[in-house]
Design a protein around this ligand. Structure first.
Ligand code: ATP
Length: 309
């Protein structure tokens, strides 16, 4: 008898950078009210899903050792939550190939969770709409809806309420990956501590930044990048100041800590400029490694395995 080998589904999901991250006061529920402008970048994780006898997770790629493969993995939560919603068991093996730095402030775990939702929707032929997937995504974490959405978007609430933002042109980035990660809750606590001491100043609203995105003007955008978490990340990892300075010295238009850090993101004038900045930054010895990326790109998406042979 012929046995049918189940076909895997492969999904690619993007990292994010917060072009603008305004952190409001601590809410009674323990979260901070955010106003953020996200951009999805071409730095990606790939998640492969194949039917199996039990839910299992394997992780490979850079930083894989630091990623749990049990129920602490956001992918586990995504698979069990979706399976529960549709009334089936999560009998699937999920293999995560990390391209996004772990605990790097680039929403790697959220990207994998979004990829899992999209992948299971395809693997199980569920035909759930993007809105239905987005509802589940927002139960999993603040950044998961954006990882699903991609592009450029304004996020409010905990960052999970999204509105698309018009963006013209492609923006070119260099990412300086740090040695070690930063815990997002710890960075928020450090910000609360710094604010308790009366510092640091808060960034303003995002209107002008969104205009610069609509105009596709990278020089204008560079001058408007802002992140309220940056001071807290720098306080916990003071060596990031050197990294930020080195990127500017290497010719970037501007540099910013990505989300809660410690990855630093440098906006560059062009694709060629990004390659030059990355080469110089690699030689400066101020980070673990360097990546070049472009944005905006789309959200988590099934890759046609036949098209890649
Ligand atoms: P964010 O910017 O969304 O707050 P981050 O990008 O800084 O997050 P992640 O790479 O998502 O950080 O990982 C944060 C922590 O979550 C890690 O230290 C890891 O232990 C845990 N984790 C759970 N699932 C994953 C996953 N699929 N990939 C990476 N880390 C995961």
């Amino acid at each position: 008898m012929l046995s049918v080998v189940p076909r895997p589904v492969l999904v690619r999901a993007p990292a994010k950078v917060n072009l603008h991250l305004a952190v409001g006061d601590l809410r009674p529920d323990g979260y901070h009210e955010l106003t953020t402008v996200f951009q999805a970048l071409s730095l990606c994780d790939e998640v492969e899903l194949v039917p199996a006898k039990a839910l299992t997770i394997k992780v490979r790629g850079e930083g894989a050792r630091d990623v749990p493969t049990d129920r602490r993995n956001l992918v586990w939560k995504a698979a069990t939550r979706l399976a529960h919603k549709v009334g089936r068991d999560p009998l699937v093996e999920i293999v995560i190939d990390k391209g996004i730095p772990v605990a790097g402030g680039m929403a790697g775990g959220s990207a994998d969770a979004a990829a899992t939702l999209v992948g299971l929707n395809a693997l199980w032929h569920l035909d759930l709409t993007r809105d239905e997937l987005a509802d589940i995504a927002s139960e999993l974490g603040s950044d998961v809806p954006f990882s699903l959405h991609g592009g450029s978007a304004l996020g409010t609430g905990r960052g999970e309420k999204l509105l698309p933002v018009l963006s013209r042109n492609t923006f070119h980035w260099v990412l300086a990956l740090a040695k070690g990660g930063l815990s997002t809750p710890e960075v928020y606590r450090e910000l609360d501590r710094l604010r308790g001491q009366g510092q640091p100043p808060r960034i303003g609203d995002a209107q002008k930044l969104m205009q610069s995105l609509a105009a596709g003007d990278s020089a204008q955008l560079a001058a408007l990048l802002g992140n309220d978490l940056q001071a807290a990340a720098l306080s916990l990892k003071p060596e990031l100041r050197r990294t930020l300075r080195a990127g500017i010295n290497a010719g970037a238009l501007a540099g910013i800590v990505s989300g809660s850090g410690p990855t630093c993101a440098f906006l560059c004038e062009s694709a060629d400029a990004a390659i030059e900045v990355s080469t110089e930054l690699s030689g400066a010895g101020v980070c673990r490694s360097v990546r070049v990326a472009a944005g905006p790109v789309g959200g988590a998406k099934v890759i046609d395995l036949e098209s890649i042979g």
